[in-house]
Ligand binder design. Structure first.
Ligand code: ADP
Ligand code: MG
Length: 243
């Protein structure tokens, strides 16, 4: 349902990764782990062309495109099928929680305002913030802001939600409520790719854990297998440090 084939990205002469292959089924939840600076964010960003890959093919649902020949229309279509949750929430500071969630539906999907606000209210309920519809981001805790960030991704009705370290900017007391919301989405079989250092989350929720190091994907396996029997020396070393 989602397939990356031969994805390469370099910045100047620095090749971040080359020839990355990754496949996901609908409803699958993948957690990407690895040392910082190894290209986890860059890979996620390549999946919706926030960064343009230098080579490779991408398939999301019924859309397939080639990195080197992708048209503007294809890229827009790709972005509709992929939603992004950022480490720093990236909410509009001058819009309320409700407006932040409704915005994409109105601007990107062309849904009538009335309908978009009705749907946004429904999502606010699902993310436990029904009483914060009119609050601006500055009046929300970090955990609440990130739940709005996730609500916005839910509103996009995308085939896959890409999470880039969604809890790394949070004060520790807000981490669980954000992970809890992500677990709720997982239980609803939302397809997700999550970059995180939360190994307990990976153990509980991931169908597959992907380990990245310099140059690309080193190995991938279900969490029980990867955490207890990592095959590659680099994976073993990383897990010794983090577990
Ligand atoms: P990670 O998310 O695993 O910490 P990143 O994807 O952020 O790693 O970065 C991978 C590598 O690419 C790093 O060496 C980083 O410095 C480099 N990099 C990331 N974004 C850019 C950019 N826009 N311009 C130049 N180099 C970048
Ligand atoms: Mg990163």
């Amino acid at each position: 349902m989602i397939e990356l084939k031969g994805i390469r990205k370099q910045f100047g002469s620095h090749i971040v990764f080359d020839d990355v292959d990754l496949q996901l089924e609908r409803g699958e939840i993948i957690v990407i782990v690895g040392p910082s600076g190894t290209g986890k964010s860059t890979l996620l960003r390549c999946i919706n062309f926030l960064e343009t890959p230098d080579a490779g093919q991408l398939t999301v649902g019924d859309l397939s495109l080639d990195a080197t020949t992708a048209t503007r229309d294809q890229i827009l279509a790709l972005r509709r099928r992929t939603a992004f949750v950022f480490q720093n929430y990236a909410l509009f500071a001058n819009k309320t929680a409700l407006q932040n969630i409704a915005e994409g539906m109105i601007v990107v999907d062309g849904i009538a305002k009335r309908e978009a606000y009705a749907r946004a209210r429904e999502i606010l309920g699902r993310i436990g913030l029904a009483d914060k519809a009119d609050a601006y981001p500055a009046a929300l805790s970090g955990g609440q802001q990130q739940r709005v960030g996730i609500g916005r991704a839910m509103a996009a009705n995308a085939e896959v939600i890409l999470f880039d370290e969604p809890t790394s900017s949070l004060d520790p007391q807000w981490v669980e409520e954000v992970l809890g919301l992500m677990k709720q989405l997982a239980a609803e079989h939302q397809t997700m790719i999550v970059v995180t250092h939360e190994m307990q989350f990976a153990r509980e929720v991931a169908d597959r854990v992907v380990f990245m190091d310099q140059g690309g994907i080193i190995e991938q396996a279900p969490p029980s297998e990867l955490f207890s029997h990592p095959k590659d020396e680099r994976t073993q070393q990383f897990l010794r440090k983090i577990l």
